[in-house]
Write a protein that binds this ligand. Sequence first.
Ligand SMILES: [Ca+2]
Length: 201
Amino acid sequence: MKRFFVLTITLLLICASSIWAAKLRISGDNSWVGFINGKKVGEGNNWQVPTVSDFEMSKGVAVIAVYVHDAEPGNAGRGGALVDVILDDGTYFGSDKTWKANAGPPIGERKDGWEKADFDDSSWDNATQLDQFGSGIWGFGAAKMRQILKDPDSTAYWVWAGPNDVEDEIYLRFTIKTGADTPVQPIGKLTTRWGKLKSER
Ligand SMILES: [Ca+2]
């Protein structure tokens, strides 16, 4: 009985430290493809209809990679990308000038593994930070977007790689890490995982 108790506590600690439930939300003007740790999770072509993808962060790490295409060449139209990630304890990460950004060829011609988790983005610039969600040139679409985003409201910024009246094919990356120093534990996910482990015994 004591041994079972120790095993239980050990499993709970492993789950509490390594598995996080999270949500990725993306909008792009005009179209986008989103990846988590190199795996494609969502794509869209109407910036007022963002994609929402639930995922699990094993080992507390996730690399978010997003491609956005602006359909109007050069200054004929302005590109924008709005991305955020919410962990199930409420921790929020929104696109801003700290995200990595890079302009390049259309996604079908890009073969350098830019979306992979282990890709080296250290040579990429920081993103150009544009309007915050709800304001600026995309502000009129916020009400429709909120019907899909629901809670929490986005506090992310529309971003781009370089000037958004010049570049039309852009790539974004952001790495999320939760460590032992993260103050809040993912309680909801822990319960789910423990229930699954128990039923497998
Ligand atoms: Ca353009």
